[in-house]
Design a protein around this ligand. Structure first.
Ligand code: TRP
Length: 368
C-alpha cells in the first residue's frame, strides 16, 4: 500500500509523487526547450535532478535583457555537510559562472537550533562556522558571493520583522505543518527565511532572484512571493530539485536518520571506499553469472546516480558506463570503483580548499 505523502520543509514522508507535488504546489515543469538554453549548466540541471521551477523563464529573460538578476540559497547547519547538501550550491555556483551574477547564502543556524531538539546554541554556531568553510571551498566568486549567519548578522532581524507583520499564523500553520507542542521558534522562522529570500532586493533594489532548493522548501518561496509586492519587489523565482537518494536508495538523504550511509565532505578515502562498497544500493544481479547474462539496472543503482548527478560531467563517458552496466559488461564492483575514485579525488581537493577557505572567510561574509 502507498504511504501518504507529506512534503514540507520540516517533514518529508511517504512515497513521493513529483507529478502530484507539481500540481499541488502550482509550480511548472522545467521544459525541454528551457533545458536547451541551460546546456552548459551543471549536470544536476541538465540531467534532471532539478525538475520544476517558478518564473525561471522570467529570470533568464531579465538576464538576457541586461537587467540585474541574482541567486539566493541557504544552508541550515544541523550537522557537518555531506554530498547531498551540495545540490543547491553546485547549481548556484554554476548559475554564477554562466551568468556572472551575485549569489547570497544565508546560514539559518536559528532554524536548526529551533527544530533540532538536541542541538545546543553553541553547536549550531559551530556547525555554521564549519559549513561556511565548505561552501567557500566550492569556489564561489569573491566579491560576488555574500554569506551571512542569522545569529551573527543580526541586521537580518529588521527585515524579518517587516515580513513577519505580513504573514498570518494560520497561513504559516497550514504551510509548515505547525502543531501546538512545537516551540514558538518554528512559528517565527518562516519570516526569517522569507527575509533571506528577499534580502537581495532589500540590499540591491527591485530585481529577480532565483532560489535553487529541494522541492520541500517551496512553501517558503510561495509565502515570500505572496508578500513581495507589499515591498514593491519582484516575485522571487525558484528552481526545485527532487530528493537525492541516500546510499541506501531512500528518497531523502538525511544525515540525522542515516548516520554513516552518507558521504561527508570530511570523509577519508578509506571511509568513502567502505561506505560505497558496503552501503551503496546496487542495481546489479545476485550472481556474477546472472549479471553477465542479464545485465544490471543503472536507473536504480545509486552509484550510477551519483556519477550522473555529480561526478561524470562528460555525456559520452556517462552513456558508455550506462550501456556497459546495462549489458552486463561492467560489474557492480567496477562501477563502484569508478565512483570511489571520483569521490576521493573530489574530496581531496575539497579538503585542501577548505583549509585555504579559513583565510578567505573575510572576503565572503556580508558586511553592512
Ligand atoms: N531552510 C533551508 C534548509 O533547511 C536552508 C535555508 C535557509 C534556505 N535560508 C534559505 C534555503 C533561503 C533557501 C533560501 O535547508
Amino acid at each position: 500500500m502507498k504511504k501518504e505523502m507529506i512534503v514540507n520543509p520540516w517533514e518529508v514522508a511517504g512515497d513521493i509523487d513529483y507529478g502530484k507535488l507539481v500540481k499541488e504546489f502550482g509550480v511548472s515543469l522545467i521544459s525541454d526547450s528551457m533545458k536547451k538554453n541551460l546546456n552548459s549548466l551543471h549536470p544536476l540541471i541538465r540531467r534532471g535532478l532539478y525538475f520544476s521551477h517558478r518564473d525561471f523563464d522570467k529570470w533568464l529573460e531579465a538576464k538576457s535583457k541586461g537587467k540585474r538578476v541574482s541567486v539566493i540559497t541557504g544552508r541550515g547547519p544541523s550537522d557537518k555537510m555531506h554530498i547531498g547538501h551540495l545540490v543547491p550550491f553546485l547549481v548556484a555556483k554554476s548559475l554564477q559562472e554562466e551568468f556572472d551574477c551575485e549569489v547570497f547564502i544565508p546560514i539559518s543556524d536559528d532554524e536548526k537550533f529551533y527544530v533540532k531538539k538536541d542541538l545546543s546554541f553553541e553547536q549550531s554556531i559551530k556547525f555554521s562556522e564549519d559549513n561556511i568553510l565548505d561552501l567557500i571551498a566550492l569556489g564561489f566568486k569573491p566579491g560576488k558571493t555574500f554569506i551571512f549567519e542569522d545569529f551573527v548578522y543580526t541586521d537580518i532581524y529588521k527585515y524579518a520583522a517587516q515580513v513577519a507583520k505580513r504573514m498570518t499564523y494560520s497561513t504559516a500553520k497550514a504551510s509548515f505543518g505547525l502543531t501546538p507542542e512545537k516551540n514558538i521558534g518554528w512559528s517565527f522562522y518562516p519570516a526569517m527565511q522569507a527575509a533571506h529570500i528577499l534580502f537581495p532586493q532589500f540590499k540591491r533594489g527591485k530585481h529577480i532572484s532565483v532560489v535553487p532548493v529541494a522541492i520541500d522548501q517551496d512553501p517558503f518561496i510561495r509565502l515570500t512571493r505572496d508578500i513581495s509586492q507589499d515591498f514593491n519587489f519582484e516575485k522571487p523565482a525558484a528552481l526545485h530539485a527532487k530528493f537525492l537518494p541516500s546510499l541506501l536508495g531512500e528518497a531523502k538523504m538525511s544525515s540525522s536518520d542515516l548516520g554513516n550511509t552518507v558521504i561527508y565532505l570530511s570523509d577519508s578515502p578509506k571511509e568513502v571506499e567502505t561506505k560505497i562498497k558496503k552501503y551503496a544500493f546496487s542495481g546489479g544481479r545476485d550472481t556474477l553469472e546472472e549479471h553477465r547474462k542479464k545485465g544490471g539496472n543503472p536507473d536504480i543503482d545509486v552509484s550510477f546516480q551519483y556519477l550522473k548527478f555529480f561526478f561524470e560531467p562528460d555525456d559520452k563517458k556517462l552513456q558508455k558506463i550506462y550501456n556497459d552496466y546495462k549489458s552486463g559488461k561492467m560489474l557492480t564492483s567496477e562501477l563502484k570503483n569508478i565512483l570511489i575514485d571520483k569521490i576521493n579525488s573530489f574530496l581531496k581537493e575539497h579538503q585542501k580548499k577548505k583549509e585555504i577557505a579559513k583565510k578567505q572567510i573575510g572576503k565572503f561574509m556580508f558586511k553592512q
